[in-house]
Ligand binder design. Structure first.
Ligand SMILES: [Mn+2]
Length: 248
């Protein structure tokens, strides 16, 4: 596919607030695209990424550099990073990254046959959530944080298509720190896209993106700084656990 001639995505799967066309040179440089006209939520200017049937929007400089630096430092030090165990081909393995599932009480998330009760919100992430909810005119009750320490850390091909996220989840992805390649590929192999999300960038995935595409963060032999990725989600059917003291 010729990325210089982007497909126009059909419809507007995002909240229907008027937005402005965003065609920053930085966005063109960072992903080699021409901006596509589309509206978006309340106060976020984004460029649509051309992937047939998907709804992808990107803003390379959503956070100013100083804020992105501060957020990286806060996330690195206040998130209780852990190494998740995953089931793969019938075996339990250590995930090749550090992770933490953070959310409101009851926002339980299950993936790769593992179940994660949410950790409480560190202040910096609570603030970021509130800001994203305004920018996206949407609610988020949880965030999956991933820390890719070096080029050996990675995420394999998958979709964020767990039933509790609903059929057309809106996922707001903030990238901080080292720049890594992020790839999307159609399940039927018909299209793909590679992006190198900038420090402080916002990538929004919505509509049929998860249903039609998988995504990955491949390993790299290049020397790369640690990268933190914060993917805000809304888990449906969130409920208080019987063991949750707040229910007692
Ligand atoms: Mn994902």
């Amino acid at each position: 596919m010729d990325w210089d001639h982007p497909h126009r995505t059909t419809g507007n799967e995002f909240p229907a607030h008027a937005g402005r066309i965003f065609a920053a040179d930085a966005a063109r440089r960072s992903c080699g695209l021409t901006a596509v006209t589309s509206s978006f939520a309340a106060d976020v200017e984004t460029v649509a990424l051309p992937l047939p049937g998907a709804s992808l929007r990107y803003r390379p400089d959503w956070l100013p550099e100083a804020e992105a630096d501060a957020l990286f430092a806060a996330a690195a030090t206040t998130i209780p990073w852990e190494r998740h165990r995953l089931r793969l081909f019938g075996r339990e393995i250590d995930a090749p990254r550090l992770s933490c599932w953070i959310g409101d009480p009851g926002a339980v998330y299950a993936y790769s046959r593992a179940r994660f009760a949410p950790r409480p919100w560190p202040p910096a992430l609570a603030t970021l959530r509130a800001r994203l909810e305004i920018a996206c005119a949407a609610r988020f009750n949880s965030v999956l944080a991933n820390l890719y320490r070096d080029g050996c850390d990675s995420m394999g091909w998958h979709s964020d298509d767990e039933p509790e996220l609903g059929p057309e989840p809106l996922i707001a992805s903030i990238s901080l720190g080292g720049v890594r390649r992020f790839r999307l590929r159609a399940r039927d192999g018909s299209a793909q896209l590679a992006l190198e999300p900038a420090h402080g960038s916002l990538l929004l995935m919505a509509g049929a993106t998860q249903r039609l595409y998988r995504h990955e963060l491949p390993k790299t032999r290049a020397a790369v700084a640690p990268r933190i990725n914060l993917t805000f989600r809304y888990v449906h059917g969130a409920r208080m656990e019987p063991s949750d003291p707040a229910c007692a």
